[in-house]
Design a protein around this ligand. Structure first.
Ligand code: ADP
Length: 218
């Protein structure tokens, strides 16, 4: 389904979000205070507009309140990012996602009602650390302070064994959400599903349990 998104601030982060959403077939309004950045994104956005994200009248005249989600990716200068977020929430934008620069910025954004706060370098750092730490971790998604989803490559030890035989939930407290096998994805696999070496197991659980599963079960 085609959706309407707006991206405010077209640095590396904002422009990659804009391009990807546009390629997914959505309507994307791209806004930046810098003319050159706007020109560079024109091919990859439905509308590219040179405007100040802290200019309430400009945002109103662009009909910003009608967008399903607006993402504020104004860089390290936190003041315009905060002001822009505040205006968007006051105008009634339902979902405002904001890139934060540091913890102080996070706290302010939380208090003014940002719906999701993103810290790309911090979040990516955690994912990469998990991938570095275990060559078997292909992907890592943090769900909360304690829980995450990991994608692990099945080893010889798991080869030709069913989920029932491996008894992962009872032994390690983790649940296998899906098995990726080449192009095929088995969602909610049955206990009789057989694993082959090289399959990717998508597991959810407490971080401590997932580490135990990686170390002892794989
Ligand atoms: P990144 O780390 O994603 O590359 P940048 O700091 O380079 O981040 O990009 C931030 C973008 O936000 C820049 O293109 C800048 O022109 C834009 N920007 C800064 N202030 C405003 C504002 N008030 N309104 C709209 N865009 C802004």
């Amino acid at each position: 389904m085609r959706k309407q998104y707006a991206v405010i601030g077209l640095g590396r982060f904002g422009s990659s979000i804009c391009k990807e959403l546009y390629q997914l077939g959505h309507d994307v309004l791209a806004i930046d205070i810098n003319k050159e950045r706007v020109i560079n994104i024109e091919k990859y956005a439905t509308y590219a507009v040179n405007a100040d994200g802290t200019d309430e009248d400009a945002l109103k005249s662009l009909g910003i309140r009608n967008f399903e989600k607006v993402i504020v990716t104004i860089g390290a200068n936190i003041q315009p990012s905060i002001l822009c977020t505040l205006i968007l929430k006051e105008l009634g934008v339902k979902e405002v996602w904001v890139k934060a620069h540091d913890q102080k910025h996070v706290r302010i954004l939380e208090s003014i009602g940002a719906d999701r706060i993103i810290q790309p370098e911090y979040e990516m750092g955690i994912r990469i650390a998990h991938q570095l730490d275990s060559s078997r971790v292909i992907e890592y998604v943090e769900l909360s302070k304690d829980h995450s989803i990991v994608e692990l490559e099945a080893t010889k030890k798991n080869d030709n064994k069913s989920l029932k035989q491996l008894d992962i939930r009872a032994k390690y407290g983790c649940t296998i959400l899906a098995i990726k096998r080449g192009e095929e994805v088995v969602v909610s696999p049955s206990p009789d599903e057989k694993i082959s070496e090289g399959d990717l197991l998508v597991a959810i659980g407490h971080k401590v349990d997932l580490v135990r599963f990686q170390e002892k079960g794989m």
